[in-house]
Design a protein around this ligand. Structure first.
Ligand code: GLY
Length: 568
């Protein structure tokens, strides 16, 4: 019966006046399921895990706003979704406040102080296979905890309250899903190889759906953050444990790196598309720029008339994707270290000129579609939240691919990212997503690696209309792009916009990745035009909240995962 008891955590919460109040949360971590769609009036949360969405909902119900819910949901994801939810990674938040303010918060990981351009090359200049992807050296200085505390200035409830559900879930445990069991089983060999101490993610034999995952060390780290704020992570015992872990495993992150980490407010990247304002993330994410380039390259074409998933429309979308990603490889990197020619590569004249060699019905070639000439020199996770006041929050956060570096900080219980691989470790050498880069995205101490994460809010008449984002490495911008077109141009329902098969072209490799349920007749039509079609596993897990004309919130969670939408 233990398995099915209602998990009530009775929390002592310090209110602003200093008095204590008891808050009871009824979330059953042993008996839950995903809700794929909900239509509500007061507030909604969509995230990659049902328990995390429920935590966010509970916070909204207890008077928190969208920022409170986004913080609590991320903290819960760090416990219940270890493959991508994180303390040891980084992310971006794009938000629009009820007063119209637009926010973009960068808590992307940074290269440690002793990182250098050639750190993943051997003495002959060859890439040391796997070193930027697995183990201690692959980690950048984590940004998530700094990001959560920066976000908190817009929240209403005490941070201590927002972190309690995560502490309880780590301390008491929760039932894992079949997907999580399979994910943990798939990394069991790597967990042995890349850890210096036993971790809570390992067990004798195979994980199976319904097993309980208890993470005591992680709970203690969360308690230190609760009690000491940001310093509970970036200084003191947690920082000491990270440095010790690095020393044991040949990594380079130091206590000084941790102490000097800062999340940064950026100017949200915004552009107009057919009467909507798309608000997204600027560099060091390529997401906002790529969306701008792709959407504005085709805005003047009547794609609606071509029809959803018509060969004409899909070919046009593939060709704008190809051109935008060619520019990504050349021109995009952390704007604090590299002067990216943002104005030049997003001017309408430039984008029109980029499409001049587009031939309807004929596949372009990436060897011919090079980055433009200008005059100047897979696993991540997304959550969307809205509250009744009209605050909208889109957060994409990551360890990079599934379970990051696979290295858990000994006695601190959280996984570290393998985000160093998002740098260009050698010009022209593809990263795990096949993306290549050069000088703009070369490793420099303190620099943030180029990202594809695209948390995005679309405004209609300056009010939130869509809150969207997805995991998926380099497929993130193309998934967001397609989801937006599916709704704005093709008039699909929100569920269809999220769940219909997606496709992806990123310039190199010169092929079209398609999900396995991509229509075969459409694939054949594109093959006839000269495209190489490449079936692959699911592309992204898109979470959308759409504000309906009557003001209600329609929250939709992607069918591709355990993702879940909650609201009230
Ligand atoms: N690590 C995936 C991204 O930031 O694009």
């Amino acid at each position: 019966m233990n398995k099915f008891f209602i998990f009530c955590f009775i929390l002592l919460i310090h209110s602003c006046s200093g008095t204590k109040q008891l808050v009871q949360q009824n979330i059953d971590p042993y008996n839950y399921s995903s809700t794929k769609k909900t239509i509500v009036s007061n507030g909604a949360v969509v995230s990659a895990h049902p328990l995390a969405s429920k935590v966010g909902l509970q916070i909204l119900k207890e008077g928190g706003n969208a920022f409170d819910a986004a913080i609590a949901t991320q903290l819960a994801l760090a416990v219940v979704y270890p493959g991508a939810g994180n303390l040891g990674g980084g992310g971006f938040m794009v938000a629009t406040r009820s007063n119209g303010d637009r926010l973009a918060l960068d808590y992307r990981e940074m290269a440690p102080a002793s990182a250098h351009r050639d750190m993943f090359l051997d003495e002959k200049g060859n890439v040391m296979e796997g070193r930027s992807v697995l183990g201690h050296l692959s980690s950048g200085v984590p940004g998530t905890v700094a990001g959560l505390f920066e976000t908190h200035q817009y929240a209403r409830l005490p941070f201590k309250k927002l972190i309690e559900p995560a502490i309880a879930l780590a301390e008491k445990g929760f039932k894992i899903t079949a997907r999580e069991a399979s994910g943990l089983n798939s990394i069991s060999g790597n967990l042995k190889q890349y850890n210096t101490m036993a971790t809570a993610l390992q067990k004798e034999g195979q994980w199976k759906a319904g097993d309980t995952l208890i993470q005591k060390d992680l709970a203690q780290t969360l308690v230190r953050i609760r009690d000491n704020g940001k310093d509970g992570f970036y200084e003191g015992r947690t920082a000491q444990l990270i440095e010790e872990e690095m020393k044991r495993g040949g990594g380079i992150i130091t206590k000084e790196d941790l102490k000097s980490y800062k999340a940064k407010w950026r100017t949200a990247y915004a552009f107009d598309y057919k009467g909507n304002t798309v608000v997204s993330m600027p560099l060091p994410s390529s997401g906002g720029l790529l969306l701008h380039q792709m959407m504005k390259m085709l805005e003047k074409k009547d794609i609606q008339k071509m029809g959803f998933h018509s060969p004409e429309a899909v070919q046009l979308m593939i060709e704008v994707e190809r051109r935008a990603y060619a520019d990504r490889s050349e021109f995009m990197g952390d704007a604090d270290f590299y002067t990216a020619p943002v104005q030049a590569i997003t001017s309408q004249a430039y984008l029109d000129q980029r499409m001049q060699d587009f031939i309807p019905g004929k596949a372009g070639k990436s060897t011919e579609v090079l980055p433009g000439k200008i005059k100047v020199s897979e696993e991540t996770t997304h959550l969307s939240v809205i509250d009744r006041e009209g605050n909208a929050v889109a957060v994409t956060t990551t360890l990079n691919n599934g379970y990051g570096s696979i290295t858990v900080v000994g006695r601190a219980g959280f996984l570290l990212n393998n985000e160093m691989d998002d740098f260009s470790i050698k010009p022209g050498v593809p990263n795990i997503y096949g993306a290549i880069g050069g000088q703009a995205n070369a490793i420099v101490p303190g620099k943030r690696m180029l990202s594809s994460m695209t948390p995005t809010i679309v405004l209609k008449n300056n009010k939130p209309f869509l809150i969207v984002g997805t995991p998926g490495g380099t497929t993130i911008p193309t998934s967001v792009f397609q989801t937006l077109l599916n709704i704005i141009d093709f008039d699909l329902s929100t569920e269809e916009a999220v769940n219909k098969p997606k496709f992806h072209h990123q310039w190199l490799p010169d092929r079209v990745d398609i999900e396995r349920d991509f229509p075969s007749t459409l694939a054949k039509a594109l093959e006839k035009m000269g495209y190489q079609m490449h079936p692959r596993s699911a592309i992204g897990r898109t979470e959308v909240i759409r504000v309906l004309p009557n003001g209600q919130f329609e929250a939709v969670a992607d069918k591709r995962g355990d993702d879940s939408a909650e609201g009230f």
